[in-house]
Design a binder for this molecule. Sequence first.
Ligand code: NAD
Length: 520
Amino acid sequence: MGTGPQGVSGAVGAPCPRLRGMTEPTQINHWIDGKSYEGHSGRRADVFNPATGEVSGRVALADQSDVDAAVASAKEAFEDWRGTSLAKRMLVIFRFRELLNERKEEMAAIITAEHGKVLSDALGEVTRGLEVVEFACGMPHLLKGGFSEGVSTKVDVYSIRQPLGVAAIITPFNFPAMVPMWFFPIAIAAGNAVVVKPSEKDPSATNFVAELWAEAGLPAGLFNVVHGDKVSVDALLDHEDVKSVSFVGSTPIAKYVYERGTASGKRVQALGGAKNHMVVLPDADLDLAADAAVNAGFGSAGERCMAVSALVVVGDVADPLIAKIKERMATLKTGDGRRGCDMGPLITGAHRDKVASYVQAGIDAGATAVVDGRDPQVDGADGGFWLAPTLFDNVTTDMSIYTEEIFGPVLSVLRVPTYDDALALVNASPYGNGTAIFTNDGGAARRYQNEVEVGMVGINVPVPVPMAYYSFGGWKASLFGDTHAHGVEGVHFFTRGKVVTSRWLDPSHGGLNLGFPTNA
Ligand code: NAD
């Protein structure tokens, strides 16, 4: 394999230039028709190493003609791929799985270099993405239709599922490997061609994936990458040859993508933002709950759509629980993700400043800052985008630290007297992505799973991300469209059903009859 589009691969196992400490920003290009593609717009955006604040890359931003080139390549490749036998398609998917597994550490390093999350966390997201690839390896089984013999005299009926064509996949910065992998392994295994538009903030992981696909033997044109901003997203949403759009990002953009994409007749699944509540009942194991709140609140610097940001404490256990959380927070090490720290930097300086401004807004609104992370001690470079974990108590539902998705390491405690108050609070949220309840009372847990209006529920599990063979998705403002990601719903999203009614000519079928056909 040759030197990659942004130089991330080179020979197998070679570290990318930025990981060798090169200071010159790398040119990060699109990947179209099986090769690096510079594009025509002349526009580029800075990509940072959030742990140093340095510009590590310059990513191309696509214009309409670049998107047209990617979609045209995908459309052409699709025509052959849809006719390629399942057995041959699966050989490529299995090979991709093996390559990704062999090189997952390399991919994790690329993620940490542009996203900032600690290496173990980056490896975790690659592993969760790999699980979707493994699920897609079972596509021959998943695509099996039904067959009914003799539904009428000598008439049989069977169902088949066929690929859609060109699928667009538009993804956020916070999981540069896992979120695209929620979609493309299934889309490709089911016979589609894809155009991925990753976040322009950490684009290199997707280019690395493109090279792995090429090495796995995927024909050129089936996996394309266009980098860019709103211009490229709009071009994909309006393109008549794009048949489906899978989007993940903030709620306002998800709503916009859903409305614009469906307006031009596309199938759209648009996963949006979140505000995830963890409810702690008075009978819960407070040590387990404190561990969980810290892990789920501050893992990946709170930049997870399944992060816990609101801790709803029922009854009189708030004081001891907060004391335990505070104790644990004092042991957390914030710093460069390559140095064995617990929590890395935020994605950009602008985002760090925005999150810090929410901390001030919380104080101004009267919440109690139990721990204020704005003056952090870090194991990292001065220029990094640092903010240490912050804990608020006495938060109320009218404060902006509660009403808005902060997407940073800020955990808010809301005190309520009863289970019913906790449930009402969670159900009043406009979001419905994930939630968790901590209790030893099976009846209460069962009641919560039944009554809460949220798509993914954890019982003593703080980040209940479903396995690949279940489907991932929230309710309300956390998902526009009716189809969740991966699992059987993912297979349905990337295929269309067809039902065939068949008979082979037989004299008994002859004769004129203008009546509506019935089963006889
Ligand atoms: P974002 O909405 O800013 O960006 C997502 C994608 O949309 C990116 O590819 C970006 O380039 C593109 N985009 C940005 N502005 C656009 C515009 N005006 N028009 C068209 N496209 C535009 O999100 P982000 O900051 O990258 O990611 C964080 C958000 O994603 C959070 O809100 C988080 O909750 C959400 N998220 C949700 C899930 C989920 O499963 N529900 C998973 C991960 C992240």
